[in-house]
Design a protein around this ligand. Structure first.
Ligand code: ZN
Ligand code: ZN
Length: 140
């Protein structure tokens, strides 16, 4: 009886350890300080600074895909319903990057990507501008 109990406890321990390691490897915490969303089984993180926008395409454990065939474009949608597009280019960090519109302040953007031959589309809200600036729609 003692052996059975010990085996059972060991099994429970193995299962709970497996669960812990799974939840640690599958995290939705953005590793580059941006905003992370899931689409097509990939984790896509949007990071923007004053002049550029970058998208990191990662697997479920937030490892940036090392894939030379990654490509895509970003569509910027403005509060007044106009939009503009920019091609994304692979940069050294492994991200796909484009310049932000020079004057417009976008409300949302959609990354239309081709990942390993599959179309993956994901949209993000602009969180780096205030609602007032987004509503106003452009820089001065
Ligand atoms: Zn996920
Ligand atoms: Zn104005």
């Amino acid at each position: 009886m003692k052996t059975i109990k010990t085996t059972f406890l060991a099994l429970v321990l193995v299962i709970s350890m497996a669960t812990v390691s799974f939840s640690q490897s599958h995290s939705h915490k953005p590793p580059h300080g941006g905003t992370l969303r899931e689409s097509g089984g990939y984790h896509i993180e949007m990071v923007s600074d004053a002049s550029t926008i970058s998208f990191y395409v990662m697997d479920a454990s937030n490892k940036v895909l090392d894939d030379k065939t990654l490509s895509g474009e970003v569509v910027f949608e403005n509060a007044n319903k106009t939009s503009s597009k920019a091609a994304l280019k692979k940069v050294d960090s492994g991200a796909l990057q484009a310049d932000l519109p020079k004057k417009d302040i976008f409300a949302t953007c959609t990354a239309n990507l081709t990942v390993r031959g599959k179309a993956v589309s994901v949209d993000f809200k602009n969180k780096s501008a205030s609602e007032k600036d987004i509503e106003h729609g452009h820089k001065h």
